[in-house]
Design a protein around this ligand. Structure first.
Ligand code: TYM
Length: 340
């Protein structure tokens, strides 16, 4: 299966983790796969979003896709809410998935905290919509960061249960018994989990109250440099091999960032910097980050300044995605027994 799907939420500012763990890895897949990259605005509203801010953030994610090198003509870039079949298939999956599966999701537990009775029902059902995103296009591979692993396992469980529950009807309608594919997560490389610059035990995230904990894709060169130079580290020099990064979360993180920004491995980076102190490594990393990120930020700003063009890209992508989505939904409606 040659189709790739991935999504990014338009909630808050995009950061280096989103770029290295996801967006940067979306780019080379275009050479070998048919790619759909989606701004998942319906996922974003599982927690309250100001409508103007949601529009702004949706355009920011679309701009990041394009600025990073995704070609919206050769592939599909769109926002989820414009393809109504996502909601429709998610409803079917809500009826296939079990509440217990959703309750076990660590991201739900983290987001809901102790107050799980008072979060939106959408937040609980979130993975069901995510499974719909992927399976609507019968995508075979999904490039994501490490934090999405559990959601992708659930996607496989939903596909499997649908295929089983409806096996007789799938056969009666003449479809392949593996109607929904068992999707492969693509979680690889040195940057599957970028950590906070302030605390090597915490993931870099949009919701961290400390701006210094993350590099935002729209940060200017000066800010990027300052944040890297201020990043928390231990006092030891860099080791000569990756074994030496064990138990050194902050060092491991910065080496991983350097590696991902040059498409190298952590060992490659250590071959270059073994024995160097932070006074050498941090300025080198800061220069590299600016060199890679500044052109992307410039292009993003240029695109964001022209919202009509971005909106047209999203509309065109949605039209093309809808054709693929409707094909699957025609089949699903027949399988489930909906008269049409
Ligand atoms: P989201 O919007 O939280 O994050 C977007 C992508 O960025 C990755 N990521 C990271 N990677 C490395 N280090 C980090 N610190 C880091 N933080 C975020 C995420 O793993 C993700 O790949 N549920 C998804 C969105 C989604 C989706 C989908 C993804 C909805 N439907 C279908 C794939 C397929 C999410 O909240 O990602």
């Amino acid at each position: 299966n040659n189709r790739v799907f991935s999504g990014i939420q338009p909630s808050g500012d995009l950061h280096l983790g989103n770029y290295l763990g996801a967006i940067r890895r979306f780019v080379p897949l275009q050479d070998s796969h048919e790619c759909l990259y989606c701004v998942v605005d319906m996922h974003a509203i599982t927690v309250w979003q100001d409508p103007d801010e949601l529009r702004r953030a949706t355009r920011e994610v679309a701009a990041a896709f394009i600025a990073a090198g995704i070609d919206p003509k050769a592939h599909i870039v769109f926002n989820q809410s414009q393809v109504v079949q996502h909601a429709e298939l998610a409803w079917v999956f809500n009826c296939v998935a079990r509440i217990g599966w959703m309750n076990r999701m660590t991201q739900f537990k983290d987001k809901a905290g102790k107050n799980s009775e008072n979060v939106s029902l959408g937040l609980l059902a979130y993975p069901s919509l995510m499974a719909a995103d992927i399976l609507l296009y019968k995508a075979g591979s999904v490039p994501v960061g490490d934090d999405q692993k559990q959601h992708l396992e659930l996607t496989r469980d939903i596909a499997q249960k649908f295929n089983n529950d409806y096996a007789a009807s799938i056969a009666a309608n003449g479809f392949d018994p593996e109607f929904f594919p068992i999707t492969e997560p693509l979680i690889a490389g040195p940057a599957t989990r970028i950590m906070s610059l302030r605390d090597g035990t915490k993931k870099m995230s949009k919701s961290d109250p400390s701006d210094a904990s993350r590099i935002s894709l729209l940060d200017d060169a000066d800010k990027i440099s300052k944040k890297i130079k201020k990043a928390t580290t231990d006092p030891e020099p860099l080791p000569s091999d990756v074994e030496g990064l064990k138990g050194r979360a902050e060092a491991d993180n910065l080496v991983g960032i350097y590696a991902a920004l040059t498409d190298a491995s952590k060992q490659d980076v250590l071959n270059q910097f073994a024995g160097a102190g932070w006074g050498t490594f941090k300025p080198a990393l800061a220069d590299l980050a600016v060199e890679v990120l500044a052109p992307i930020a410039d292009e993003m700003r240029r695109l964001i300044d022209d919202p009509q063009t971005i909106d047209a890209v999203l509309r065109d992508g949605a039209e093309r995605a809808s054709i693929l989505a409707e094909k699957t939904m025609l089949e699903v409606r027949d399988i489930v027994g909906f008269i049409r």
